[in-house]
Design a protein around this ligand. Structure first.
Ligand code: GLY
Length: 422
């Protein structure tokens, strides 16, 4: 099978690494790819993954049998719709399904229709009403740009002044069209958890839960980032939490989407918060999480491509995903200046094959002088072990051997595996 993988971050490198082990795979091509994916197959750089026509043409030129989409932007741009029109199998939702991520107010409407437990929220496109609502709220304040803002559109704060400032920023154009309306949500407290599903035809297979770390510094301090690390499995969860999520969140959501004529095929990301009153959905995304994918892919023992291909063509049927009893911990190495203005072009050294750790590329570039930094999150160092503790040691051991000027990483990834910061 000839597979086109869309995207070029750590999530896609991990996904490509897993797909490359499939008995079905003949060729893996990635667009836009990265130096890690280049070791697994051709990388196409001159095609815009958010251009549906161009992706359809690329598939025709390269005889692609299945397209697997990593990031949200190509899905929100409608590449799955165009591929379906061209009868090229694709694993990734249509533009209307991707609205679960590209419109937070749409996601809330679907959750309300499906009876999914989530934070109460209100949507505003005029400043005065939003400010009045904030002034009536007890705080802490949660203000979100409604649309896709590359993970940067959310502010959680104790300060009403900052919350009003964020409303002004969003409605004033800081995030372009994505901020033309804002959601103000009730604040929820508790550890967070990510559960991803492979969905097709109102059926869904859960992946093992994972936890990520969004803040830049130890102790969950500093600015929000795309994610500084992750681990899986997560200990001390209720034994029935995944089944509960399938029955109370995912299946009703797929049914609600179907009632709106949206057939959802693709990954569904359920961001949960485990409050004292029970689990609540914080967010849906139409893709896998990054950096959670980097710890999940090495733990899957079954052939993932077989399942994704079935989901995209005939349905999930009897397929399943099986798991190793190992643990994985990902420590992200980030460039100096991340997340505001990461420094690029810094030489990377010490990147050798490790016996008990994998390295997935996020923001790297190959030059005549070797590998250099090319983005904020540079490398994901994934340690594997019999326990989270052992995987953690192995991850940090490898993370310390890789070097570039100004390398930043958190030292507390998976230190508190029972909950705490997320
Ligand atoms: N891990 C957070 C995200 O992928 O959005």
């Amino acid at each position: 099978m000839r597979v086109l993988l869309i995207g070029g971050g750590g999530r896609e490198h991990a996904l490509g690494w897993k797909l490359a082990q499939s008995s079905l795979l003949e060729t893996l091509i990635s667009c836009q790819g990265n130096p890690g994916l280049a070791e697994l197959g051709d990388v196409v750089l001159d095609v815009d993954p958010t251009d549906p026509e161009a992706i359809v043409e690329l598939c025709a030129e390269r005889n692609i049998d299945l397209v697997v989409v990593g990031p949200e932007a190509p899905l929100a741009a409608g590449i799955a719709d165009a591929l379906m029109d061209a009868e090229t199998p694709v694993f990734g939702p249509t533009r209307s399904g991707a609205r679960l991520e590209s419109s937070k107010s749409f996601a809330k409407e679907v959750m309300a229709g499906a009876g999914v437990p989530t934070a109460a929220s209100a949507t505003f496109s005029d400043r005065e009403s939003a400010v009045l609502h904030l002034k009536d709220s007890p705080g802490p304040y949660v203000v979100k740009a409604d649309g896709l803002a590359a993970g940067k559109g959310v502010l959680v704060t104790d300060s009403i002044k900052d919350a009003i400032g964020w409303v002004n920023d969003c409605l004033g154009g800081k995030f372009g069209e994505a901020g033309s309306s804002v959601l103000i949500e009730d604040y929820l407290d508790g550890p967070e958890l990510s559960i991803f599903y492979i969905c097709a035809d109102r059926e869904a297979i859960p992946l093992q839960p994972a936890r990520d770390y969004k803040r830049l510094f130890d102790g969950d301090k500093g600015p929000n980032t795309g994610g500084m690390g992750s681990f899986s499995p997560v200990e001390n969860l209720d034994a029935d939490l995944v089944d509960w999520t399938t029955l109370n969140v995912v299946l009703p959501t797929l049914a609600e989407l179907a009632s709106r004529d949206v057939d959802y095929t693709g990954f569904l990301y359920v961001g949960l918060i485990l409050t004292n009153d029970g689990p609540r959905v914080l967010e849906f995304n139409c893709r896998l999480g990054d950096p959670e994918t980097e710890v999940l892919m090495p733990l899957i023992t079954s052939d993932l491509l077989v399942v994704l291909h079935a989901a995209a063509t005939v349905g999930i049927g009897d397929h399943s995903v099986t798991w190793s009893d190992q643990a994985a911990v990902d420590v992200v190495l980030a460039a100096p200046g991340y997340p505001e203005s990461p420094e690029t072009g810094l030489a990377i050294s010490g990147l050798e094959p490790f016996s008990d750790a994998l390295v997935f590329h996020s923001g790297t570039r190959e030059t005549d002088d070797g590998l250099v930094t090319a983005g904020g999150r540079v490398l994901n160092v994934v340690g594997l072990g019999r326990s989270v503790g052992e995987a953690r040691e192995r991850s940090y051991d490898a993370a310390r051997r890789i070097d570039f000027a100004g390398k930043q990483f958190r030292s507390d990834i998976a230190a508190d595996t029972a909950g705490g910061v997320g």
